[in-house]
Design a protein around this ligand. Sequence first.
Ligand SMILES: [Zn+2]
Length: 318
Amino acid sequence: MKRVIAVDLGATNIRIVFCENSRIVFGPITVPTPGTPRNAEEITSLLTECIRHLTDREKIPGIEGIGVSAAGPVDHSDGSIVRPPNIPLARIPLVGPLEAEFGVPVRIINDCHAGILGEVYYGGISPKKNAVYLTMSTGIGAGIISGGKILLGMKGNAGEIGHFFVDDYFNSTCGCGFPGHWEAYASGHFLPGFFIRWCGDRGINLVDTSELSSDGVFFRIRQEREKFHQFLEDLGRINARGISAVNVAYEPECIIFDGSVIRENTDLILPYIEKYIDRFLPPPSMTISTLGGRAPLLGAAVIASGYDTLIGNFQPEQ
Ligand SMILES: [Zn+2]
């Protein structure tokens, strides 16, 4: 890796850094992801403006590549992102407009795949491992290394595990339109709705739920642990169904969790997953990312200078 720009286009924020010889040198510049852009050009113009701002401010003379980690599905065939979460656009072409603007190679990657690359190269995961990076934030998704190769799928979206079916009691509808998907219960976006529905089912009256966030849910649970103990058990069962499916699908040696929902509430989530996970195959080791939410950004820096699905082909300079 040489002199590159890494972009993390998330559901909530856009973060941009300049990396030189695999270290973050400047940044991040952080701006909110536009919630209601008029068109795709508004997104690419904002990215261009932020990259120009960073390179001008720090007097960076030239860059050799740009890597973009994007929340939601990507389409490697035309370098675009498709129906990103929180952005009501069907498709946002990124590679073409950014290459035209900066005259350097631009590569995009699904944020969970970026996350596993970040973990492999910067988080101390052995490249030979069969490992899963699993994010529980606005949505739920995974990046998988199997036999030393990153599993991309046909267009770059393997590991959309948030759409595993996990429940038919509450029948919560997922953002994709189908009922019972994991993300419809345990993601930051849907957890408040699930909590409200669960309380209604149990006859628990909640006051003022109009602006309840997932942080707010866990705050209330901490205030009245006894009252909501069973919610943690039920959420744990649902999470464990998802993790059990991950375990039998990919047989990883380890799962690295990331995303603000589980990072900030590990004690209320992880013990219940460990309690309820199926043991048909031995459960993998389960840990929290040590990269403090920067794994996708660091993965974007890895692909900025070109990448191969075979882990280990890129050698970060120390
Ligand atoms: Zn779904």
